[in-house]
Write a protein that binds this ligand. Structure first.
Ligand SMILES: Nc1ncnc2c1ncn2[C@@H]1O[C@H](COP(=O)(O)OP(=O)(O)OP(=O)(O)O)[C@@H](O)[C@H]1O
Ligand SMILES: [Mg+2]
Length: 343
């Protein structure tokens, strides 16, 4: 199990990369990723999703907050042990095209890291070869066809499967899938989502799923938690279905109302659409970060920043002073729009 407590991360600032304007990428994020479980993060571009994933993989340092793995605070571990634990968290990026070295064959892509693993496990060359074949089979690639190919000859979906196989060479406990289907042909996306689901059930791998796509988050982890990030702050979280069916925070409602696919074949009713105004990322309001764009904002929203509070369902929380429950998705199909059964 991984637990994040109050993770903050700010980039830039005085003399930093961005000159004098600091960017608060994460503002005290808490979450729990159970063993074999799934947690999904959604939110608009720049809200801090990748930064969170990179922190989890040890590719980025936190400014403050704690990361506990199996109850142990990573910061308290000696460097070597910390690195070993962080290696059990592997990232699958959105771009399977640049993630693979074009000069290495599929066999080399897998056997290079497997040779290191073999040394740790005191296994021989035979193990490396058979494990490469086994991993290809696990991710749905035919070893006889693929092993001698170069990545550029594979489709986007096959490349992403290979990237996942490579991540599995270290026997990870956690996969961080950062927009892992965003650059893949739509027709191949479901296959990758199904693979992530299969890895959860067959290997017990936990998945931190980062996406713009709520339906994909639900597919990979319907039994898990959905977190909504806005400008680095978790503004709502809870069981996936609770958040989707009864979103409480107006930002979540705006995000969900913008997804046509969840409406089935019906045209959305005017009151279900919640257009969202542009973001002024340079403005740092003292109160609610969403107040400037919020359709529900009242005077007190500008005064202090709301923290997470309980919604009606257990485990469902939101950070809004004036929530107005609205159903913005799950519009049933009209009876005459349902596909008819076989004659
Ligand atoms: N290395 C960095 N240096 C400076 N600023 C950064 C760095 N990495 C991220 N940021 C800033 O931190 C904020 C969060 O970035 P992040 O990449 O985590 O967002 P994201 O939610 O993954 O966005 P997207 O959906 O576009 O991938 C952004 O404002 C980004 O510009
Ligand atoms: Mg990102």
């Amino acid at each position: 199990m991984i637990e994040a407590r109050g993770i903050t991360k700010t980039f830039g600032g005085r003399g930093g990369l961005l000159g004098t304007q600091p960017v608060a990428a994460l503002r005290g994020v808490d979450f729990v990723l159970p063993s074999g479980g799934a947690v999904s993060f959604i939110g608009e571009s720049g809200c801090g999703k990748t930064t969170l994933g990179r922190i989890l993989c040890g590719m980025e340092q936190v400014d403050s907050g704690q990361l506990l793995v199996g109850g142990t605070d990573l910061a308290r571990l000696p460097q070597r042990e910390r690195a070993a634990l962080l290696r059990r968290v592997q990232m699958v990026h959105q771009d399977p095209y640049s993630a693979l070295n074009p000069t290495r064959t599929v066999r080399q892509v897998l056997e290079d890291p497997l040779a290191l693993r073999a040394r740790q496990l005191r296994r021989g060359r035979d193990w490396v070869e058979s494990r490469a074949v086994e991993l290809l089979g696990l991710v749905g690639l035919d070893p006889a066809y693929c092993l001698s190919l170069y990545p550029h000859t594979l489709s986007g979906g096959m490349r992403q499967r290979l990237v996942i196989a490579r991540a599995l060479t270290v026997d990870p406990d956690v996969l961080v899938a950062d927009e892992a289907i965003a650059m893949i042909d739509v027709s191949l996306r479901l296959g990758i989502l199904a693979l992530l689901r299969q890895l959860r059930s067959e290997l017990g791998v936990s998945v931190l799923f980062i996406t713009h796509d709520v339906a994909a988050a639900r597919y990979v982890g319907a039994d898990g938690q959905l977190y909504v990030l806005y400008r680095g702050q978790v503004v709502e979280h809870g069981p996936v279905d609770a958040v989707i069916s009864s979103p409480m925070h107006p930002y979540t409602q705006c995000l969900l109302s913008a997804i046509p696919v969840l409406r089935g074949l019906e045209e959305p009713a005017a009151e279900q659409l919640m257009p969202i105004a542009g973001l002024d990322a340079g403005h740092e309001p003292p109160g609610c970060l969403f107040a400037d764009r919020c359709p529900n904002a009242e005077d007190d929203c500008a005064l202090s920043r709301p923290t997470l509070r309980d919604a009606k369902e257990p485990g469902h929380r939101h950070a809004c002073l004036h929530p107005r429950p609205r159903q913005v998705v799950a519009v049933p199909l009209a009876p005459d729009a349902r596909p008819s059964g076989p004659p």
